[in-house]
Design a protein around this ligand. Structure first.
Ligand SMILES: *[C@@H]1O[C@H](CO)[C@@H](O)[C@H](O)[C@H]1NC(C)=O
Ligand SMILES: *[C@@H]1O[C@H](CO)[C@@H](O)[C@H](O)[C@H]1NC(C)=O
Ligand SMILES: *[C@@H]1O[C@H](CO)[C@@H](O)[C@H](O)[C@H]1NC(C)=O
Length: 440
């Protein structure tokens, strides 16, 4: 079981990848580089057009209120922002001086840095020195740590949400409500990400002195926004079985050329644990997304394409897998229960889930068209609950700034899906007796 968990974590860590235009380039969003390769309908769905693993799309200027309806609840689930690679690849000497700015407490401080007058605060700084420093890169980032780029992505998302839901729609209050519900996972970068998001959504001058926002975090053993393989042995078994199945191998088959290119670029031929796309796509894309270059013969397009096989163990666990329906129940059912509960909670207007790419992806596997691209850095799923004049409640869901095409079995349209329809459908994926279903 420990082993399954380790595999999963590694996957999650690596699943934190993306590809797209480099951060420091001036081409953000301009690169017309759809992800092509496997069997994604790149040419037919707008989600694949200009897909950029480095930068998720936020709600755009095309957002408009539903006619004859009042908004009653907003849920924002987001991936953390750009981060350093999940692991050090032997022989890779790329330095990672991308962290520690903004200081972590940026959310209670104007600007990116602590001022001298605020000396009572303490700040965290990753320090790579000591006897074993040779096993890591040079720099000031831990593996998988939110970077300056990543922090700014989340601040920007927060500002977009403010402009839409505070300034434009006037749904959320101008001043921060300390009762907003916020949760993040036990992994550091999700905490920092939501701090930055809330800094953009509610800057210092919109907070009353003394108001405190509580961030909820579950112990790692019972986290529900990450597939709970350590709490659910049956799920751990299914995850492990999938990773060695012909179904999984089939999803990788079209991508051997890109794997060879990655392995060559990183000079890891025959180096166990570092000679697959799953192991390398993360370092390659994080490096590229932070403007730190491309190794060997890799191109910007390769980075975007490598995300498909690189994340297939997670993405297709919930899709191209004979046991996908059972995996959905055990993998995301617990979080779905939280989400449904929150939709009917009127004690606050806003619920924020600060999570991971695999979190958003497993949620989408249940409700959305199976062929949506992997969640980029800073990507988000925005769920709005509206009450129509006839009292009917409907749900609108956005991903990559666009209304999500619903799963074909769901039978509704996410520009206004009746809450009853969604609830009935989602409940099919929520076990009533987890202990029993999780037993092996
Ligand atoms: C993708 O699917 C289409 C039809 O479903 C098929 O014609 C095509 O060969 C497939 N492409 C790849 C790369 O598997
Ligand atoms: C590739 O790795 C091998 C050892 O595995 C090493 O001898 C060789 O110098 C490396 N090549 C490059 C270009 O770094
Ligand atoms: C990776 O290296 C190991 C050890 O040399 C080898 O057994 C395995 O087949 C390699 N994997 C790939 C995909 O080349």
């Amino acid at each position: 079981m420990l082993v399954y968990w380790a595999i999963l974590l590694e996957a999650l860590a690596s699943a934190n990848v993306a590809a797209g235009s480099p951060v420091h380039g001036q081409h953000q969003g301009g690169a017309n580089t759809p992800v092509i390769g496997g069997n994604h309908s790149a040419s037919t769905t707008p989600f694949w057009q200009n897909y950029n693993y480095c930068q998720g799309r936020n709600l755009g200027a095309t957002w408009s209120p539903l006619k004859d309806a009042n908004m009653v609840k907003l849920q924002v689930m987001h991936r953390h922002g750009g981060r350093s690679p999940a692991m050090t690849v032997p022989g890779d000497t790329t330095p990672w001086y991308q962290c520690g700015n903004p200081d972590e407490f940026v959310f209670m401080n104007p600007g990116d840095r602590l001022s001298d007058k605020r000396s009572p605060f303490m700040k965290e700084m990753t320090t790579i020195d000591g006897a074993f420093a040779y096993t890591m890169w040079e720099g000031n980032c831990d593996a998988g740590q939110l970077t300056t780029f990543g922090s700014h992505q989340l601040q920007k998302l927060g500002r977009t949400l403010r402009s839409t839901y505070v300034d434009d729609r006037k749904f959320l209050p101008k001043k921060m409500d300390p009762d907003f519900k916020i949760s993040h996972t036990y992994i550091w970068r999700t905490r920092e990400s939501v701090e930055n998001l809330m800094n953009g959504l509610y800057p210092l001058d919109t907070r009353r002195a003394g108001d405190t926002l509580t961030m909820h975090v579950k112990p790692s053993a019972i986290e529900t926004m990450i597939t709970p393989a350590s709490a659910c042995p049956k799920l751990a078994k299914l995850v492990s079985a999938y990773s060695s199945s012909p179904a999984y191998a089939a999803t990788l088959a079209p991508y051997t050329a890109i794997q060879d290119k990655l392995v060559k670029a990183y000079n890891t031929t025959g180096v166990s644990g570092y000679n697959t796309t799953g192991a390398l796509y993360d370092s390659a894309s994080a490096t590229y997304c932070h403007g730190l270059g491309l190794k060997g013969d890799l191109t910007a397009e390769d980075i975007q394409t490598a995300v498909i096989p690189g994340t297939s163990a997670y993405h297709n666990l919930f899709r191209q897998n004979p046991a996908a329906e059972q995996v959905k129940r055990l993998g995301v059912g617990a979080w779905l229960a939280d989400i449904l509960t929150s939709l009917s909670d009127r004690s606050t207007k806003l619920e924020v889930y600060s999570a991971h790419d695999a979190s958003l992806d497993m949620f989408l596997s249940v409700v959305a068209d199976p062929d949506l691209p992997w969640p980029p850095f800073g990507s988000n799923v925005v769920i709005e609950l509206w009450q129509k004049k006839n009292r009917q409640q409907v749900v609108r869901i956005f991903y990559e700034g666009m209304v999500v095409p619903a799963h074909p079995d769901l039978g509704c349209d996410f520009s206004a899906c009746p809450l009853d329809t969604l609830t009935k459908f989602v409940k099919k994926y929520i076990p009533t007796d987890f202990k029993n279903e999780c037993a092996v």
